[in-house]
Design a binder for this molecule. Structure first.
Ligand SMILES: NC(=O)c1ccc[n+]([C@@H]2O[C@H](COP(=O)([O-])OP(=O)(O)OC[C@H]3O[C@@H](n4cnc5c(N)ncnc54)[C@H](OP(=O)(O)O)[C@@H]3O)[C@@H](O)[C@H]2O)c1
Length: 271
């Protein structure tokens, strides 16, 4: 088996895709660290060490990176995996909830990148993988803010990687389709307002979304994909992992006329 001794930091490493990825990379010999907002909520977690980090707060991010550097002296790979779901009619979603989703899904990963870059630059080596979403390549109904936050992370990755290239640091996106994790439990659901004109279609779309996640792929599929990407000397900017249909949806988005693509989405969500 190949042996890798690089130090990997995975944000949101105690659950779901982060946990599966950490476990897989640790089995390949990587020195894996995860993060959690409250590590004490995971008693008995012994797959790899968990550092305390809330990506919404710079001080928390900086403290976690300082601790990692104190322990290992380096960070070779960052997997920006922490993220939250948010659903609701765009018109009715409270601004505070929108701000929170962008803090976690967009500004958060950028804070962690800012904290690790000086250390990577010092070694002229590093790999940053941002976990976006298939939903970030298209505006999905009743998930507009989720799509927008992940789409923004995908776009900034395109720009960022050209700026850090000359330091020998690589960066890429990995967009998962649906995977069976607990993401729906942590998701912000905009309350269904009494008398809202969106009540019925929003309810139907939510049911469909939950079915998709519950019947999603095994997180180990994503973990394997992460491992493959990390072996690339010259990674592409966009990678996808998920069902054939979800991967196909990105190809269709590129080649179909907008009107036809929108019609497919409307049919899919029964809107
Ligand atoms: N599952 C899917 O179908 C799917 C599809 C597309 C994209 N994704 C993306 O994949 C990533 C992992 O999701 P998952 O499915 O594994 O769900 P999950 O089990 O809910 O994992 C989300 C992780 O993010 C962490 N997190 C949330 N808010 C945070 C904050 N403010 N600061 C630091 N960490 C925070 C959580 O850590 P703590 O609660 O322990 O702090 C948790 O470990 C997310 O970015 C998600 O958007 C998932």
């Amino acid at each position: 088996m190949a042996h890798h001794s690089e130090v990997v930091l995975i944000t949101g490493g105690a659950s779901g895709l982060g946990k599966a990825t950490g476990q897989y990379l640790a089995s390949r010999g990587y020195r894996v660290y995860g993060t959690a907002r409250s590590p004490e909520k995971y008693p008995g977690f012994d797959l790899f060490p968990l550092l305390q980090m809330d990506v919404r707060q710079s001080s928390s991010v900086e403290a976690a990176i300082a601790e990692l550097i104190g322990r290992e002296g380096r960070v070779d790979i960052l997997i920006n995996n922490a993220g939250v779901g948010i659903t609701g009619p765009i018109e009715e979603t409270p601004g505070e909830a929108v701000g929170d989703a962008f803090e976690t899904n967009f500004h958060g990963p950028l804070r962690v990148i800012r904290a690790v870059l000086p250390h990577m630059r010092q070694h002229r080596k590093g790999f940053i993988l941002n976990i976006t979403s298939v939903a970030g390549y298209m505006g999905l109904p009743y998930r507009g803010f989720y799509s927008a936050s992940k789409g923004a992370l995908g776009i900034i990755t395109e720009a960022y990687r050209m700026e850090i290239r000359e330091f020998g640091i690589r960066m890429a996106n990995l967009a998962p389709g649906d995977f069976a994790t607990n993401i729906a439990a942590g998701r912000y659901h905009c309350p269904m307002l009494q008398g809202s004109p969106y009540r019925e279609p929003y309810g139907r779309t939510l049911d469909l979304m939950d079915q998709h996640v519950a019947s999603g792929k095994d997180p180990v599929v994503l973990a394997r994909k992460v491992y493959q990407i990390l072996q690339q000397r010259h990674p592409k900017v966009h990678y996808t992992a998920g069902s054939f249909l979800q991967r196909l949806s990105l190809v269709l988005k590129k080649i179909l006329p907008d009107k036809i693509y929108e019609r497919l989405l409307l049919n899919h969500y029964k809107l």
